[in-house]
Ligand binder design. Structure first.
Ligand SMILES: N[C@@H](CCC[C@H](N)C(=O)O)C(=O)O
Length: 315
């Protein structure tokens, strides 16, 4: 068993994880261990697993990646795996959970902490997290993560359908370190009829959409993708703010209650379609803010540590 005796259950707006600290680099999990621990019936349950370690202890990182993280002052690494055991480059909700975990862990060990933002290494580069405390709308232990550079493909460049569900929609590829295809399927604001028309959405309404099966994307993306389905709720051109609702089918997991990188990809796509850069986006698991500019995307939301769990050695 390459998992420590003590692990934690945590979530970021309902995107839930098995989490553990591995500061000495001795607990790199196998695919089978990830699948077993994240199993919702026979394990602890989670959309993924977060191993919080040091860059030099991540076996798939090149020496150059490790040196780059260290040179960028990032002493912690978020080693994320999807529930099916696959590695993913990035997990937006996971970064906030990791930041909260490191903060609590340092409090317990008495390790000196300053109020400086956390520089967290990930497979998609170093992400910077600031703690904002509690917020009336966003919840407790809110962090803002600067997710850095994004890239967008041709707007509505893909067709998305779902096996067993009538209809389809056009979707836009966004790279947030990991791959996303974002489909606008409703416009509750009635302000972007042209955008909605170009999405050619004939799928059922977002609240009734059956996401139990993996969406089919054409042209195919070799590395697979996370797929977001989005409804614009309202826009205020005076303040430059919009509200939207999003559901997501995650690569390596299935439908989840929230996906941080998916929210960022949604913000990037909605900005391309509407010109609005600041979005408050509801997901099944909560509400988050997404702010986009040409250089980066910032994601703001809560993080929760639910339990400390002692694993049964026989498990
Ligand atoms: N839930 C995550 C994304 C996790 C990785 C994703 N399933 C992938 O394979 O790319 C998030 O909060 O960003």
């Amino acid at each position: 068993m390459s998992i420590p005796d003590i692990v934690y259950k945590a979530h970021g707006t309902g995107n839930d994880f098995v989490v553990y600290a591995d500061p000495e680099g001795i607990y790199e999990p196998s695919t089978e261990e990830v699948v077993r621990l994240t199993d919702r019936h026979r394990g602890i349950g989670g959309d993924g697993l977060l191993r919080i370690t040091r860059p030099q202890f991540v076996s798939d990182l090149s020496e150059g990646d490790v040196r780059a993280a260290q040179a960028d002052d990032a002493s912690w690494f978020m080693d994320y795996r999807n529930a099916d055991g696959s590695l993913a480059q990035m997990c937006g909700n996971g970064t906030r959970v990791t930041a909260l975990f490191i903060r609590r862990m340092c409090m317990l060990t008495g390790e000196a902490q300053d109020d400086k933002p956390l520089r967290l290494a990930t497979r998609a580069g170093v992400k910077i997290l600031s703690s904002l405390g509690d917020d009336e709308l966003l919840g407790q232990d809110v962090f803002r993560v600067d997710m850095g550079k994004w890239a967008i493909g041709p707007v509505m460049g893909h067709t998305v359908s779902i096996p067993g569900v009538e209809g389809s929609a056009r979707g836009t590829y966004v790279n947030m370190g990991n791959p996303h295809v974002v489909c606008l399927i409703e416009d509750g604001s009635a302000s972007y009829t042209e955008a909605l028309e170009s999405s050619q959405a004939t799928l059922p309404a977002l609240t009734t959409l059956d996401l139990s099966r993996k969406p089919v994307v054409s042209p195919v993306l070799d590395e697979g993708q996370n797929v977001e389905f989005v409804r614009i709720e309202s826009v205020d051109p005076l303040t430059g703010q919009g509200r939207a609702f999003m559901r997501v089918h995650e690569r390596g997991v299935g439908e989840t209650l929230s996906c941080g990188t998916g929210l960022c990809a949604t913000g990037v796509t909605l900005r391309a379609l509407t010109g609005i850069s600041h979005w408050t986006i509801h997901v099944l698991g909560g509400v988050l803010d997404v702010d986009v500019d040409d250089e980066s995307v910032r994601l703001t939301g809560s993080a929760t540590i639910v339990a400390r769990i002692e694993l049964n050695p026989q498990h």
